[in-house]
Design a protein. Sequence first.
Length: 188
Amino acid sequence: MDKVLEYFHKTGALLHGHFLLRSGLHSREFFQCALLLQDAAIASEVCGLLADQLRPYPAVTVVSPAVGGIIVGQEVARHLGKKHIFVEKDGDGGLVLRRGFQIKPGEQFVVAEDVVTRGGRVQETIQIIRDHGGIVLAAGSIVDRSGGNLPDFGCPFVSLVKMNVETFSPDNLPPDLVGSTAIKPGSK
């Protein structure tokens, strides 16, 4: 959606440089959703658009992976009139359910995330729900920068912005990135 990309530019949330992504890949572009979501009105509007895409799936609860997905999940849940829970890092790099959050067997969920590149955090979140007996009806993100290379989540996946942003393995950097220091602007 052009309007969502306009918001990324307006808020300075689409960064250019040399970035090391959570996936271990390198990129020239980084979507820093925290900068986008710091404006409550923009956060409400953008997450409302994502909620509209997830509305056809009759979930009881919205779940999101921490840290980046928490605001997205909360706002999507508010727009849908649903409750929101989140999974968070366990200290070893994985995700866990804590803080007294519970997943009831048969409870229906949608997953809300800020940005996906390989879909690892969404996949982990879905697996946690399934391991607790929950049912994932759909997943969605503000930005899908995978270029169509996401895994099969076993449910529909929607996003507001789809971009094929170039990524590079550490041993295959283009000349303009070789020798420059990669920064990690994400939450990890």
